[in-house]
Design a protein around this ligand. Structure first.
Ligand code: PSV
Ligand code: MN
Length: 427
């Protein structure tokens, strides 16, 4: 379902007068500080984050799942939901597929439908962390690290199949996340498991098209509770380097032990030219998959400081980063939740763009601790939502995406169209 642009512009009209006052006020204030407001608005307009195909239905825990009705039942409906988010926010023009949760069956009609919806295909994700009904061998004791070569071969072949699906759709990257590891001490040989995983990844890498990238995601625990084979950024980087120049590390914000300095990991990977992908979410305890910016917005801002300053640094040679929201849970309408995440991401991005990094470096070089902290906090304490609204208005997206979604009763329309008990596949 596309949202009629007339409907959006009529809704926007309600806010224009008040907005123009606040925009002019903020623009003047920022320009007085020497900030190029126009270039920031252009950058906000250009920022895109992919929506995973598994985040559009009600998320759940092992204790329960509560639907809000009108969930997308197939891939076409999922793309339709993403186009709603994209029409309203102007920042979500891509889908990231999880295979086999979402196997594209009719590729030509799917790609044509996606084109009509203004949606492209971002990274494809393989899944060797669950057994599928028609699968010959089990991943109970691992996949790419498994002691049995036959299981490893099956998992490698699955990744190659995923690359082929992605090629047909126009994707240019594959994300590999493994649950391989152990739940009890003594269960696996760490060195051998790492070495088998490296060889398996190298085999997948050999099947990577020349214009593709492979992202290797790390995670310290869950579903394994004693060890994971790819536990941290260092292991992911080691494996990506062993594969070759088209392999990169992927940072998922929820995949760190408490209080890890994620922004420093981002800076390190950028300086190595090995930061490939990013999964946004937020968490209080573990990999909680909560709405981006809902728990630790300052951490998100500090990460964006590293992304913005790193990518602008001519000495950093890192290809563009593939951004995705990896969040899903039980209690909100997922479309509203995703729009909240997009807003949180763009707020921190815009705040980071306000920072004068030359000045910050001068202060750092003089060991002006207080002034350096003041400088970054000044940007963080600036309400940049007016800039986001201006960027959306210029793109003909919605001034206020969630309010527009609510005022036009989009969820009710989806329930009418699809029914109250339609269920999304996946997870
Ligand atoms: C694993 O926790 C993960 O972050 C990986 O990216 C998966 O693909 C995704 O969540 C969905 O389970
Ligand atoms: Mn992830």
């Amino acid at each position: 379902m596309r949202i009629d642009s007339l409907l959006i512009s009529r809704h926007n009209d309600l806010f224009l007068e008040k907005h123009s006052q606040s925009f002019h006020f903020l623009s003047r204030e920022l320009s007085d500080k020497g900030i190029d407001v126009e270039s920031i608005i252009t950058k906000i307009q250009q920022f895109q984050v992919a929506i995973p195909s598994w985040a559009l239905g009600a998320g759940g825990t092992r204790f329960g799942r509560f639907s809000m009705g009108g969930e997308p039942g197939d891939l076409f409906q999922k793309i339709s939901d993403i186009s709603i988010i994209n029409d309203l926010t102007g920042a979500a023009g891509a889908v990231s597929l999880h295979i086999p949760w979402d196997i594209p069956e009719n590729v030509s009609s799917l790609t044509q439908y996606a084109r009509e919806c203004g949606i492209t295909f971002d990274a494809v994700n393989s899944n060797t962390f669950q057994d599928q009904a028609d699968q010959a061998l089990s991943y109970k004791y691992g996949s790419l690290c498994h002691t049995d070569i036959k299981v490893r071969e099956q998992a490698i072949q699955h990744n190659i199949d995923v690359i082929h699906y992605g090629e047909a759709l126009g994707s240019k990257s594959i994300t590999v996340w493994l649950s391989d590891g152990s739940t009890f001490p003594g269960q696996i040989n760490f060195r051998q498991a790492l070495s088998r995983t490296k060889e398996s990844l190298q085999e997948i890498y050999r099947h990577l098209p020349t214009d593709w990238r492979m992202f290797i995601e790390y995670k310290p625990y869950e579903p394994q509770f004693y060890s994971t084979v790819i536990q941290d950024w260092g292991t992911s980087h080691l494996l990506a380097s062993a594969c070759g120049p088209q392999a990169f590390s992927l940072v998922d914000l929820g995949h760190h032990l408490p209080n890890t300095n994620i922004e420093q990991i981002v800076a390190t990977l950028l300086s190595l030219g090995k930061l490939g992908g990013f999964h946004f979410n937020d968490s209080k305890y573990g990999d909680d998959d909560l709405t981006v910016g809902s728990i630790k917005p300052y951490q998100l801002y500090l990460i964006f400081l590293e992304l913005v300053s790193g990518l602008a640094d001519p000495t950093v040679v890192n290809p563009p980063i593939s951004y995705m929201i990896d969040a899903s849970h039980n209690v909100k309408d997922p479309l509203e939740d995703l729009m909240q995440s997009i807003e949180a991401i763009l707020i921190c991005y815009a705040q980071a763009l306000l920072v004068d990094f030359n000045k910050l470096n001068e202060l750092r070089n003089k060991n002006e601790v207080v002034l350096a902290q003041e400088l970054i906090q000044d940007a963080y304490r600036t309400d940049v939502r007016t800039l986001l609204r201006e960027a959306r208005l210029r793109k003909k997206a919605s001034f206020s995406p969630i309010q527009c979604y609510r005022d036009n009763e989009i969820r009710n329309q989806l329930i009418k169209e699809r029914g109250i008990s339609n269920k999304a596949k996946g997870l």
